[in-house]
Design a protein around this ligand. Structure first.
Ligand SMILES: [Zn+2]
Length: 138
């Protein structure tokens, strides 16, 4: 069940319960929602300002979302560490050497600046960047 605050063209405001937001949409389309005062079907869902508990909820979702992303990135980091060779600050040189000499098939990872990524991309060298968390930070 979902509660909507509705307003009518007669300026009347009232709350009404619906099975779901899609049910509300269906009734709205069929003009089956009528004002309790004037019986007109010219009603609209009123725009509600978020209240304190509502915004708290959003913060909580954001927090969970961010935590989830961090978890995913750490998993990804583990995968990279396992499957790629760490080259540290020599990423650009190493990436070029792989690209032009085609000696190595193993992927590499390391530190790189956004300018360097742009340079590599211009040369047709593919890179993937992810935020990197240090192990100590948790
Ligand atoms: Zn009305």
């Amino acid at each position: 069940m979902i509660k909507y605050s509705l307003t009518c063209k007669c300026n009347c405001t009232f709350d009404s319960w619906f099975a779901s937001s899609s049910e509300f949409g269906r009734l709205m389309k069929k003009k089956l929602i009528t004002c309790i005062e004037c019986n007109s079907n010219d009603v609209n869902k009123s725009i509600m300002a978020p209240n304190v508990s509502g915004s708290k909820k959003i913060d909580n979702i954001n927090y969970k979302f961010q935590k989830n992303i961090k978890k995913k990135i750490i998993e990804y980091q583990k995968f990279i560490k396992k499957n790629c060779r760490y080259v540290g600050d020599r990423f650009v040189q190493e990436a070029r050497s792989i690209h032009y000499n085609k000696k190595e098939t193993k992927s590499i990872y390391g530190r790189v600046t956004t300018d360097e990524i742009d340079e590599l991309n211009e040369e047709g060298i593919e890179t993937i960047t992810i935020p990197w968390y240090d192990k100590t930070e948790n």
